[in-house]
Design a protein around this ligand. Structure first.
Ligand SMILES: C[S@@+](CC[C@H](N)C(=O)[O-])C[C@H]1O[C@@H](n2cnc3c(N)ncnc32)[C@H](O)[C@@H]1O
Length: 286
């Protein structure tokens, strides 16, 4: 297989891409977002990947419900592997996508049947003579600095153009280290968008409708990930004790802390974050 073309990415983006690849492998879905669980699972109900895939389609429909009448052209920023783009394309929108990941590029082209142009770039480096009616950030805003996002979107839109953003956000800047700490502080993002000339048209907090996906990922990681890891460790301890000792040391040194944190993801989300869908309109170019 041809090796995907590399773009020059900062280390943080490479870590994020690794996490996205893990999610891609786990879900085997065309979407990379958390989905929208329309009816919330009952206490003790088993969460399945099949239900997650249903939730992911419901999320695409939820995004669609935020798109105002008359919108034709959409730039899908951080488009992932094409689920949202294909969904919108099937409903008559003219879509273009961009993301800084060559593996996603291959899958995007396949999942959109080569019908949707893809740009292999970060949003910050994207330049075009095309203009768009709406710019979509579906779980990609957290990877882009608030000022770059706001000013970049304002540059690509005409007056009256829309920005649709759906993502996790932090309540406050006090939570600053750990798995979700790259998410924007909601008030800071709002400030940057207002400063760039955007006005909030519609917003909805869907935190409780995405949270089951966090539970599902933690459950799967605990059941399959950790159990498999422990089995391999047990076998190594019997077969190659020195290698076991070395890996055990490396695990305690580098992996234990992030794993413990990952297992607490739901509590961290509940305590520090929310998940919001926001429709903004550019009311004046500044
Ligand atoms: C969680 S995925 C969401 C994918 C897709 N929007 C979806 O909803 O399924 C985040 C996406 O943002 C992209 N991304 C990360 N950094 C970016 C940047 N600086 N500019 C544009 N996209 C970026 C990732 O490569 C990935 O495609």
């Amino acid at each position: 297989m041809q090796k995907p073309k590399l773009v020059n990415l900062p280390k943080a983006t490479r870590y994020q891409n690794a996490a996205i690849d893990y999610y891609m492998g786990l879900t085997d879905s065309v979407y990379l977002h958390y989905g929208y669980w329309e009816s919330l699972p009952k206490k003790g109900e088993e969460l399945t990947l099949t239900s997650l895939r249903v939730a992911q389609i419901a999320y695409a429909a939820k995004l669609l419900s935020f798109i105002p009448e008359g919108i034709k052209t959409v730039l899908d920023v951080g488009c992932g592997i094409g689920g949202n783009a294909a969904y919108l394309c099937d409903r008559g929108f003219i879509v273009e996508g961009l993301a800084p990941d060559a593996i996603q590029q291959e899958k995007f082209i396949k999942n959109t049947n080569g019908q949707v142009p893809f740009y292999l770039t970060r949003f910050e480096d994207f330049h075009t003579s095309n203009s768009y009616d709406l710019i979509l950030f579906s779980e990609s805003s957290q990877y882009i600095a608030a000022v770059d996002l706001a000013q970049g979107a304002a540059r690509l839109l005409d007056n009256g153009g829309y920005l649709l953003l759906a993502d996790m956000m932090r309540f406050s800047a006090e939570y600053r280290e750990g798995i979700f700490s790259n998410c924007h502080v909601a008030s800071e993002l709002q400030g940057a968008l207002e400063k760039a000339g955007f006005q909030l048209i519609k917003t909805e907090d869907i935190s409780s409708h995405i949270a089951p996906t966090i539970d599902l990922c933690v459950d799967n990681f605990q059941t399959f990930g950790l159990t498999t890891g422990k089995y391999i460790a047990d076998v190594l301890a019997i077969a190659v004790p020195p290698l076991y000792a070395l890996l055990r040391w490396a695990f305690q040194r580098w992996l234990e802390k992030p794993i413990v944190e990952g297992l607490a993801a739901r509590a961290i989300f509940d305590n520090h974050l929310c998940y919001s869908i926001q429709l903004w309109q550019l009311s004046k170019k500044v």
